[in-house]
Write a protein that binds this ligand. Structure first.
Ligand code: AMP
Length: 178
């Protein structure tokens, strides 16, 4: 299956969750068994080349892809969670969204000092979420050198922001526009 064929499995929903946003919905890709498997294979290949020791997936859609990559490579999976979800003491980071603020939390005991972590999420837009996840992982002692996405929206320059923080960014496909 080619990346073009994978891209054709992404559903675009206009004006969701707000007017003017083109929502790139991966529900249609993961409901195609071959498409999901090929997506996970392609992400895993990149995580393996990055010599990752830990896969960190961002809640919620980053769990779908990140957990599958971690299992395929037999690497530990770290959920980067929305606030208040983990049942143990956490470390967290607040970050700005386009409208308002949000917070991510992790269990710092699941990260070893210097462990090479790769971030996985479904999509990078402004990069704010992935950058916050990278800062949080670094706070816990991880070495974050790579971030992998199924989709990049290059017109929002998120990948450039991550590269500015010393992170190699790879995405399987691009969509122009917002
Ligand atoms: P950002 O922090 O701006 O890079 O936003 C990234 C997060 O928001 C990702 O976890 C995506 O799931 C979600 N997201 C942002 N824009 C879109 C979009 N156009 N379509 C689907 N998901 C999006």
């Amino acid at each position: 299956m080619t990346l073009e064929e994978l891209k054709a499995l992404v559903r675009t929903v206009p004006d969701f969750p707000a007017p003017g946003i083109l929502f790139r919905d991966l529900t249609t890709l993961i409901s195609d068994g071959e498409g999901f498997a090929e997506t996970v294979r392609a992400l895993s290949e990149r995580a393996e080349a990055a010599d990752s020791e830990l896969i960190a997936g961002i809640e919620a859609r980053g769990f779908i892809f990140g957990a599958a990559v971690a299992a395929r490579l037999r690497l530990p999976f770290l959920p980067v969670r929305k606030p208040g979800k983990l049942p143990v003491p956490t470390i967290g980071i607040d970050y700005a969204l386009e409208y308002g603020r949000d917070r991510l939390e992790i269990d710092p005991d699941r990260v070893r000092d210097g462990q090479r972590a790769t971030i996985v999420d479904d999509l990078i837009a402004t990069g704010g979420t992935a950058l916050a996840a990278a800062e949080l992982l670094r706070l816990a002692g991880a070495a974050v050198s790579h971030a992998l996405f199924v989709i990049d929206l290059p017109d929002l320059f998120g990948a450039e922001r991550l590269r500015g923080a010393g992170i190699t960014v790879e995405a399987l496909m691009d969509f122009h526009g917002h």
